[in-house]
Design a protein around this ligand. Sequence first.
Ligand SMILES: O=C(O)C1=N[C@H](C(=O)O)C[C@H](O)C1
Length: 291
Amino acid sequence: METNYEGIWVPIITPFSNGQVDHPALAKLASHLAAGGVAGLVVGATTGEGALLLPGEQEAIFATLRQAVPQLPLLLGVSHASTQLAAEQARRLSALAPEGFLVTPPVYVRPSQEGVRRHFEVIVEAADRPLLIYNIPYRCGVTVEVETIAALARDPRIVGIKECGGSIERLARLIQETPLRVFSGEDHLNFPALCLGGHGTIAASAHLRPELHVRMFECCRQGRLAEARDLAAALRALVHDLFAEPNPAPLKSILASQGWCANELRLPFVPASADLAERLLQHWAQLPQDD
Ligand SMILES: O=C(O)C1=N[C@H](C(=O)O)C[C@H](O)C1
């Protein structure tokens, strides 16, 4: 499969039913996202509750998605405190032939930038497949600095970054100073990131009305900025409230209300509050209707 690392990618949720992965719901949701024009899926990242999956579940989810949406490239999330365990996970998952990996820096242990760089070097060697760096300091406790990213980008297997640093300045530097495909992972910064020349987004919010996100991406690409800005404005309140409580709880509540999955998360995630769930439905009802 020829993979263009660009466009709107979705870090797909993991639907659960009575504690087990709900594979039929997963396949149905993935087909719906594909029909909405998304460019690819990420399996077992933050939104997919990747940190909470049990041994073998990420592989099973991958198999279901490969069968349901064979036309879509799939990235696998990898995240550990230990370089050794992350590399073992990447080596094992590599046998599934994913189009790539989305890898966080080591979580919790807060190493130096040299330690962060060596973590990615060991993992890309083990995976020997395209790798995107997942910079998400508020979840990992460590930032991958731009200089570290530029050094890693010398390896041709390191193809991109999903940036959740929350800074326009950093997004601009990554786009201008590295050869990487730069994806916005901060949903409220997706539009500015695309205006700066970002290559796409990996956005939990694109589960909902994916075609609006795809249209916003295409408008930015084609220089139809007024139209893109209107779409970003229409999505703003919903995107904001999807992160008013820890992702993916708000997202699962709205997906559940539409019948895509049960409103079930794995602890320590808990379902969204009733107030927020109600607000999300109001935002949803105000999205632009289909043409
Ligand atoms: O799972 C992801 O990938 C994303 N995670 C972010 C988070 O919740 O930390 C949000 C982003 O939309 C995608």
